[in-house]
Design a protein around this ligand. Structure first.
Ligand SMILES: Cc1ncc(COP(=O)(O)O)c(C=O)c1O
Length: 470
């Protein structure tokens, strides 16, 4: 006889008991355990996460930029509750006003920014929206091959993995026949061509252009006047790649080549969109109009998974992409679209361009001062809006120091830093090609005082983890 199962759910377990269950029953394939044991949090508010003992952790990554408007943002919470109380569920074949309003708002916004008509298509996560964009590109061009950047990240579904640079993300899943052709990103601090920005004259763009010089370079049929490649997937500022900010002239020069070769530009704004980099879309910093824009994360402040694709009318109109061409049950769900619409209304009422640019400039100045005080620890800092990077290097100021980066990150999560008489922790995110970059995406509501505290916390961590280099 089988034993009677115990009561399936208990809500009174200790953290140790929960960890034991997690070790036994949770897949680790859908997470990363950066800490051993992984950390529990009990509460979140504004820029802070709180552990079970009530210790605050200043969060400088805000769920990889998904919660840009602050944990528990009252206005967005109210929008969610309103929707929950009126139309909490609805199959996507029916319409609800928020969905239509949201599509129209984004389409009109892009018409004003890029001077092009287009339409909006929803899904539930960034990767799924990337899949949809790949389908839109394939459907419109009849071609499967795309360019993407080294250091780029577009997600983990199969299609998105095929255009994401890291081999580690693909190696368990067999052969990807339509893997992107990966092009070096203009990471000027570590120029892939060993050039210097002052004298390079955008050598990297010339190298890309050379692919099309002769059919024997394998990209271009001069007789047909046609490329084998349909699109170039770009992150205007690389997210997972380490918040790498290209020179302002780079994207206009790249776009010119793409236009000459009839190749679409797909702009992945999943991490940088919704003002993270000081403009609604990060690509606006570069004065370039993409053909397709993909977005997600902060659109709902992380309150409900919702993502989307905007595409030029001729690529996505119902004549080209008929009803039912691709679909997900939860796409355009009522809760997500209601919150996203409230986000757009907030953006209409408040000047987020000014907020993110002003706060970002202040934060960057403090980080530059910190770098001057610790040149044997910090090799590079940079930022655009509230997307900021701190690159941890060895004494020479250039060679990546992954071990020290990891140590600083782990010490920050102990919650035992005494700042202004208060015990605190610091939540950092590690990214970059060499896993030595703190990619900072603070809350848009962060105050100057909190920015000062953030820099003090980083300084305490540097002094604790690398005393011999201070
Ligand atoms: C630029 C970019 N594209 C795509 C994705 C994938 O989005 P998701 O994790 O929601 O599938 C991410 C996630 O970090 C991202 O940063």
């Amino acid at each position: 006889m089988m034993a009677e199962p115990q009561k399936l759910v208990q809500l009174t377990r200790t953290e140790d008991e929960l960890l034991e269950l997690e070790r036994r029953y949770s897949s680790w394939g859908d997470t990363v355990h950066y800490l051993d044991p992984p950390k529990f949090f009990a509460r979140a508010e504004g820029s802070y996460l709180y552990d079970g003992e009530g210790t605050p952790y200043l969060d400088l990554q805000m769920w990889y930029s998904a919660a840009s408007f602050g944990y528990g943002n009252a206005r967005l919470k109210d929008a969610l509750v309103r929707q929950l109380n009126t139309l909490p569920q609805l199959a996507s074949q029916y319409l609800h006003p928020e969905r239509v309003e949201l599509s129209a708002a984004i389409a009109r916004l892009n018409a004003s920014k890029f001077g092009m008509d287009g339409r909006v298509h929803f899904n539930v996560g960034g990767s799924q929206a990337i899949e949809d964009s790949l389908k839109i590109v394939r459907n419109a061009t009849g071609k499967g091959l795309v360019f993407a950047f080294m250091g780029g990240y577009h997600g983990r579904t199969l299609g998105a993995s095929a255009i994401t640079s890291s081999y580690r993300y693909r190696r368990r899943y067999g052969h990807f026949s339509d893997r992107a052709h990966f092009v070096p990103f203009p990471y000027c601090f570590r120029c892939p061509y060993d050039k210097r920005r002052e004298t390079c004259e955008l050598y990297c763009v010339d190298q890309f252009a050379k692919n099309f010089e002769t059919e024997y370079n394998s990209f271009w049929d001069a007789k047909a006047g046609e490329s084998e490649f349909s699109a170039f997937y770009v992150e205007p500022i690389q997210g997972t790649g380490g918040y790498v900010i290209p020179p302002r002239e780079y994207f206009p020069a790249l776009k010119k080549i793409l236009e000459e070769r009839n190749i679409l530009m797909v702009d992945d704004e999943i991490q940088m969109g919704f003002y993270r980099a000081g403009r609604f879309w990060a690509i606006e910093n570069f004065g370039v109009a993409p053909d397709i824009v993909v977005f997600g994360k902060a659109m709902t402040n992380g309150l409900n998974p919702l993502s989307g694709v905007w595409a030029r009318e001729d690529l996505i109109s119902p004549e080209v992409l008929p009803p039912g061409s691709t679909h997900s049950t939860f796409a355009s769900n009522t809760l997500g679209t209601a919150v996203a619409l409230e986000v757009i209304r907030m953006m209409e009422e408040e000047n987020y361009q000014r907020i993110t640019q002003t706060k970002g400039a202040y934060f960057l100045t403090q980080l530059r001062n910190l770098q001057q005080r610790y040149p044997r620890v910090i090799g590079h800092v940079d930022g655009l809006g509230l997307a900021l990077r701190v690159e941890i290097c060895r004494e020479d100021g250039h060679e990546p120091d992954r071990e020290l980066t990891d140590k600083i990150f782990k010490e920050g999560m102990k919650g035992d830093l005494n700042v202004r008489g208060r015990m605190m922790g610091l939540v950092l995110d590690v990214g970059g090609y060499y896993k030595n970059v703190f990619t900072l995406s603070p809350c848009f509501e962060i105050t100057e005082e909190e920015i000062d505290i953030a820099v003090e916390l980083i300084e305490l961590l540097i002094r604790r983890c690398a005393p011999d280099r201070c």
